[in-house]
Ligand binder design. Structure first.
Ligand code: NI
Length: 139
């Protein structure tokens, strides 16, 4: 069997967190126009489904792209423990960044990319609601 080529491993995690969409670069009226109900000063919550996709060769000895227990440990320590059950607006990553789900994808991607136990981070996909999802591929 050929050893060339890449395989892809995807794993889903849950982050329950609140946020308020508000940009310091906009006036109150512009924020209201841009974000509508999501600009409510009290914020609101989501159960974000975060999918991490890792690409790489299948290790000939283990048959895996990445050991899922090792991946879980990294995601737990660096992402879930940091954001789950929190308010995204209070995290330093969002101090100057509107905590949209697009930006949550980017933040999680940038945290995980240099810290994966094996393989290469292909993308981070986040489902914000049943109807909304976002993907970020870096680069
Ligand atoms: Ni929201």
């Amino acid at each position: 069997m050929t050893q060339a080529g890449r395989a892809y491993f995807g794993r889903r995690y849950l982050i329950s967190a609140s946020h308020r969409l508000h940009s310091a670069a906009l006036t109150d009226e512009e924020n209201q126009a841009a974000f509508g109900r999501c600009n409510n000063p009290h914020g609101h919550g989501h159960n974000y489904v975060v999918e991490v996709r890792v690409a790489g060769p299948v290790d000939p000895e283990t048959g895996m792209v990445v050991n899922l227990a090792d991946l879980d440990a990294v995601v737990r320590a660096r992402v879930l423990d940091r954001f789950d059950q929190g308010n995204l607006n209070c995290d330093e990553a969002f101090r100057n960044l509107v905590p949209t789900t697009e930006n949550l994808c980017r933040v999680v991607f940038d945290i995980l990319k240099p810290n994966l136990p094996a393989g290469e981070l292909e993308c981070v996909r986040v489902e914000e609601t049943e109807n909304n999802s976002f993907e970020y591929y870096g680069g």
